[in-house]
Design a binder for this molecule. Structure first.
Ligand code: ATP
Length: 243
């Protein structure tokens, strides 16, 4: 369960696209050292929540706090500077840049002096990237692009890593590698992870705690284990073998 030190807290957040409300007063918290999963169907508002935390779109109501500080109105580049890193939906690596250049883009200027050390950590996690250093991002497989997207986020030495659907479109074996890597980062470095996923089974197995988002509202929360065992969660998200 939560240890009581919220690194990220989202309190009563409402987000709109024009007049359409996509988030209806969402409450979510992520404690230091936790892996927290947000699960939900297509269009539930998962990506909107992740983007709202980054200030684009802005929360129209409610508050977002990071490390005790109110970041609700902070410009996106300043939010990133607080060492919140994200691997967005669709990965968004730079397709014409090489693997190495993509990693360099992830390391901010003052962290370039740690570049070799940090890159080595990424290669330990994803050895495949080291073998493809000079290959252009756009020519990598989907799984390799996901590894690169996470690797690039890690180069910023984040306190909080936010991942939007890292398993999307990947083969089960690759999904396992990605989830194992996230678990290892959390276990060995204590990295805090907020994960958005449609793959409820994988995400809840990995996460300490989880939230279920339905039509812009959190309808359930609990430990990953409890949610996995919950009959409603099973019926809505786990039946039919979405493993
Ligand atoms: P998915 O898993 O399909 O990405 P999601 O849970 O991440 O779904 P969102 O992408 O956050 O859901 O979308 C939530 C709602 O907001 C949806 O009804 C979507 O159509 C709407 N929406 C998202 N982006 C925009 C936008 N730029 N303009 C208008 N409506 C949007």
């Amino acid at each position: 369960m939560a240890s009581g030190r919220a690194l990220l807290s989202v309190e009563g957040v409402e987000t709109y696209y024009g007049n359409i409300r996509a988030l209806n007063g969402v409450n979510v918290s992520v404690d230091e050292g936790e892996i927290v999963a947000l699960i939900g169907a297509n269009g539930a508002g998962k990506s909107t929540l992740m983007m709202t935390i980054f200030g684009n779109p802005r929360a129209r109501r409610g508050m977002i706090r990071f490390a005790g500080r109110d970041i609700t109105e902070l410009p996106t580049h300043e939010i990133a500077r607080l060492r919140i890193a994200q691997s967005p939906e669709g990965r968004r690596i730079f397709p014409r840049m090489t693997v190495l250049e993509n990693l360099q883009m992830g390391a901010s200027l003052d962290r370039l002096k740690h570049f070799d050390e940090d890159a080595e950590k990424v290669f330990t996690l994803f050895p495949r990237l080291k073998e493809r250093l000079r290959q252009r991002g756009g020519t990598l497989s989907g799984g390799e692009q996901q590894m690169l997207s996470i690797g690039r986020a890690l180069m910023a030495r984040p306190k909080l890593l936010m991942l939007d659907e890292p398993s999307l479109g990947l083969a089960p074996l690759i999904i396992k590698q990605i989830f194992d890597a996230i678990k290892e980062l959390n276990r060995s470095q204590g990295l805090t992870v907020f994960l958005v996923e449609q793959n409820a089974f994988g995400a809840l197995k990995l996460a300490h705690r989880g939230y279920v988002l339905v039509n812009g509202s959190v309808t359930m929360s609990g430990t990953g284990k409890d949610l996995l065992a919950d009959p409603d969660v099973r019926a809505a998200y786990l039946e039919g073998g979405h493993h």
